[in-house]
Design a protein around this ligand. Structure first.
Ligand code: KG4
Ligand code: ZN
Length: 335
């Protein structure tokens, strides 16, 4: 079975072809960060317009790479939300057109669900239950996956997402956009104990998160140092900020596993590309007796292989979307 995946929920145009559900034949991404950099964030209209330009060449290249054409496809999977509505619509229009022209089934998938399905490429899903930590530019949540395709959200951020906090702090430090990878790199030579930032909600007794207090603490620190005429040690500040975020995520994730009694934790989303978060979750998870699955680096940030993988599994169980399926910017995980 050959499944085409299309992902355009934010600022990556992505197309992938996956065979037999889990084997990646091609996984293409056209990035547009350089177009958003000077605005300090993704501009929805620019993202949508750029998807329109990038998508058809990317689809043609995917067919070329694999020596296939539309008639060889058995199904097409596309992200329908959550994401930017104009951006989602571009991928969905293409997926609908291919489904109609090639007479193959269409399935719409949830972007957040696809993020943790990135763990299943090559190997397929292990037996549930598990807890998954989804951390991206738009979301930070802990989810109990009791069975495949069934979710219970255990906790989530009350304000900013983790990726958003990374991006905002990186911006304060002049590290560019998107700031997560730059801040991760800067932190590598810094001392994580140099500055003690608050661990927001670490002891709140629930599984929710809050990032805004930490962000404000960093801003206050930067302003105070500058007012005192001192230079900011960027690596130390980056490492200290990162450690505060990572500490809370590790504590809450292990707590979520303990509360639900699962033995396995899956990570997903762009922030899982963070070196320290991966390291700490794997090490601290193992110390707590948990198996922690982490997608390969290239499959943490937005891609279409994860969409094709989840879509193939949904098609396999008979899920179909009609051509009238709508984009949903706030699509929740299915209960
Ligand atoms: O999942 P993703 O590609 O897009 C969304 O669904 O939002 O996540 C993008 C987010 C951005 O905020 C980016 O700064 C962050 O993931 N990110 C990182 C790293 N790589 C990407 N954050 C921290 N460390 C990284 N290495
Ligand atoms: Zn994402």
């Amino acid at each position: 079975m050959i499944t085409l995946g299309i992902e355009t929920s934010c600022d990556e145009t992505a197309v992938a072809i996956v065979e037999d559900g889990f084997t990646v034949r091609t996984n293409l991404i056209a990035r547009q960060e350089h177009l958003h950099e000077r605005f300090g964030g993704v501009v929805p209209e620019v993202a949508a317009r750029t998807h329109v330009e990038a998508l058809n060449p990317l689809l043609a290249q995917a067919m070329d790479d694999t020596g296939r054409d539309h008639r060889d496809l058995d199904g097409v999977a596309v992200t329908v939300g959550p994401g930017l509505v104009g951006a989602l619509l571009v991928g969905m229009a293409a997926a609908k057109a291919i489904s109609l022209a090639a007479k193959i089934p269409l399935v719409g998938v949830n972007h957040l669900e696809a993020h943790y399905w990135a763990n299943f490429l090559d190997q397929g899903p292990p037996e549930p239950p598990y807890v998954t930590l989804i951390v991206s530019g738009g979301h930070t949540m802990l989810v109990h996956v009791r069975e495949l395709f069934g979710h219970e959200v255990l906790g989530q951020t009350l304000d900013d997402a983790a990726g958003e906090a990374f991006d905002k702090v990186a911006r304060m430090l002049g590290l560019g956009f998107p700031g997560g990878p730059a801040l991760d790199a800067a932190a590598r030579t810094g001392d994580p104990t140099a500055i003690r930032f608050p661990r927001a909600m670490e002891d709140s007794g629930d599984l929710d998160f809050s990032m805004s207090g930490l962000k404000t603490a960093v801003l206050r620190y930067v302003k105070a140092e500058r007012a005192a005429g001192r230079d900011i040690d960027v690596p130390d500040l980056a490492a200290s900020f990162q450690e505060a975020i990572v500490d809370v995520q590790v504590t809450k994730t292990i707590d979520a596993a303990r509360r639900t009694g699962v033995a396995r934790v899956l990570l997903g989303g762009g922030v899982v590309a963070n070196t320290r978060l991966r390291e700490r979750l794997v090490a601290d998870g193992a110390a707590a007796g948990l198996e922690v699955l982490v997608p390969p680096l290239a499959l943490c940030t937005d891609n279409a292989a994860m969409v094709a993988c989840l879509g193939a599994a949904r098609l396999e169980r008979g899920d179909r979307s009609g051509l009238d399926i709508a984009a949903d910017p706030n699509l929740p995980l299915a209960p």
